[in-house]
Ligand binder design. Structure first.
Ligand code: PEP
Ligand code: MN
Length: 333
């Protein structure tokens, strides 16, 4: 169970409560969530009768997820990525190649997407590939390139962290950690990333339900990282006209049950270059807080996911038109 200490709880009452937890020998830990004082008590909460303690209340949620729920936090979470806000009136546009391939190419793409209005550059250095024989990313070299491009353009950087060993290395350049679909339920990775305060984009697993996605978010939140952004990136279905089935209906549902921002990845969501424009507009029409799109200056030569990358000129058109849709939702890029 998760307990919340009232803001004005006396230090005497708090001490009394904590000593009861020690006495009962229950496993518990304090969680910092903004200015709210929370304590997670490992189930068997029935060992403690809350009635005895004033200033301590159970966090109520009709869902399994607690901290991610709108019942716990009614107002929308706005994640601040060094001044770029995700989840507010202003929508976010994230663009760039699937993988970092070279300094020249990354810089060229970065400048083009920046000119069109993207504020965050995407690009994988450590790539989780289905086949061990596929390009695994430039790894350490890729991180160095991202650092250089960041310094030269001022763009914020999102890049994937695929394991616990490389967290520090990725953190040195990333403004947002990307947790990929395949790692959505890598709980030891989630716990470690949760201990940092750095914003994190949590991509929906290939076959994850909404509850599973939000419970993974709960791992990050309950470790003390409130800066969680969700990402719909398509799920595996029987449909074979696309790589994945983009589930835009998750957006209004997330908005109903959770306070967390959600953005959409129409590149992985469809796997088809010619569907990215339509699905990007539809994402914003559906209430998403932004998009993350794969853009490459020579898609046919891309080392990964070229078939679902659009060219910089198409991205420019996309950004122009998507603003019209944003207006309908009283939002803007
Ligand atoms: C990616 O963004 O390039 C990626 C691998 O995404 P996902 O985890 O959604 O497949
Ligand atoms: Mn990709």
């Amino acid at each position: 169970m998760i307990l919340e200490l009232e803001k004005n709880i006396s230090s005497e009452n708090k001490a009394k409560f904590l000593s009861k937890l020690f006495e009962k020998d229950v496993h518990f830990r304090e969680i910092s969530f903004g200015d709210r004082g929370l304590i997670h008590v490992q189930e068997n909460g029935d060992l403690i009768s809350l009635g005895e303690f004033s200033g301590v209340n159970e966090v109520r949620s009709s869902q399994q997820f607690k901290l991610a729920s709108r019942e716990f936090k009614p107002e929308d979470t706005v994640v601040d990525v060094g001044g770029v806000k995700i989840g507010g009136k202003k929508l976010v546009s994230i663009a760039g190649p699937c993988a970092v391939e070279s300094l020249e190419r990354t810089l060229e793409i970065a400048k083009r997407v920046q000119d069109s209005g993207a504020e965050i550059l995407r690009g994988g250095a450590f790539k989780p590939r289905t086949s061990p024989y596929s390009f695994q990313g430039l790894q350490h070299k890729g991180i160095e390139i991202l650092a250089e491009v960041k310094a030269r353009t001022g763009l914020k950087i999102i890049t994937e962290v695929i394991d616990t060993e490389t967290i520090d290395e990725v953190a040195a350049v990333a403004d947002i950690f990307q947790i990929g679909s395949r790692n959505m339920q890598n709980f030891s990775l989630l716990k470690k990333i949760g201990k940092t305060k750095k914003p994190v984009l949590l991509k929906r697993g290939l076959a994850a339900t909404l509850d599973e996605l939000l419970l993974s978010a709960e791992y990050l939140l309950s470790e003390g990282n409130p800066n969680v952004i969700l990402c719909e990136r398509g799920i595996r279905t029987f449909a074979n006209h696309t790589r994945n089935t983009l589930d835009l209906s998750i957006i209004p549902t997330v908005k109903e049950v959770s306070h967390l921002p959600i953005i959409v990845d129409p590149s992985h969501g469809t796997g088809k270059r010619n569907q990215i424009y339509d699905m990007s507009l539809a994402s914003i029409a559906s209430g998403a807080d932004g998009i993350i799109v794969e853009v490459h200056n020579q898609p046919s030569e891309a080392l990964s996911d070229g078939f679902q990358a659009i060219e910089p000129s198409d991205f420019q058109k996309l950004m122009r038109d998507i603003s019209l849709i944003a207006n309908v939702r009283q939002r803007h890029f």
